[in-house]
Design a protein around this ligand. Structure first.
Ligand code: APR
Length: 180
């Protein structure tokens, strides 16, 4: 399913495994320590190979950690992408601890990193809605709104943003938020 902005830019939803989706950049749902983990983080590291770990170790040596709501960039190893943006979503603690703004900031940071690199296609997982416990119905609205707003802007480089949803419940939640 997809939505098209008036300028022709596309926001697409698909079910699947993000490690198999060709894109200029693939977004990872990482943690602040950039330490790797399970979920989509584990899948991305396994599919990309050890180069990601090495690059993240170097980044950590430089900046220590990545704040929640931000992201760091590595190459993509064996993935069908040029870059991986390791975004750190908020851990959901009931919703009154700035979670919505931090989640929105994550998506904005990734879009900004894509524009800086003049990329055309970016693929996102559903950040924070697995181990970090963000209710997917709420997270979907935030994710789609940030990306839609960006795609409508004149003069941007991105042409397509794809949300790669791992299960049907996440797909349905994003579909419910897709503009008609
Ligand atoms: N492709 C796309 N989506 C995936 C994949 C995959 N291969 N594997 C899992 N997902 C989905 C999950 O089903 C969930 O909907 O990604 C979404 C995000 O879940 P998590 O990966 O658990 O990410 P998050 O909730 O942001 O938690 C981040 O988990 O593994 C750790 O290192 C990671 O500590 C960090 C935390």
């Amino acid at each position: 399913m997809e939505w098209r902005a008036e300028n022709g830019n596309r926001l697409r939803l698909m079910r699947g495994d993000i490690t198999r989706v060709p894109a200029d950049a693939i977004v990872n749902a990482a943690n602040s320590a950039l330490a790797g983990g399970g979920g989509v983080d584990g899948a991305i590291h396994r599919a990309a190979g050890p180069v990601l770990r090495r690059e993240l170790d170097q980044i950590r040596a430089g900046i220590g950690h990545c704040p929640t709501g931000s992201a760091v960039v590595t190459t993509a190893g064996a993935l069908p992408a040029r870059f991986v943006f390791h975004a750190v979503g908020p851990i959901y603690c009931g919703g009154a601890h700035g979670e919505a703004e931090l989640l929105a900031a994550c998506y904005r940071k990734c879009l900004e990193l894509a524009e800086e690199r003049e990329l055309a296609v970016i693929a996102f997982p559903s950040i924070s809605t697995g181990a970090y416990g963000y209710p997917v119905e709420e997270a979907a609205g935030i994710a789609i709104e940030e990306v839609r707003r960006h795609l409508e802007r004149p003069g941007i480089h991105l042409r397509e943003a794809v949300f790669v949803l791992f299960d049907q419940a996440a797909y349905d939640a994003y579909l419910a938020c897709l503009p008609r």
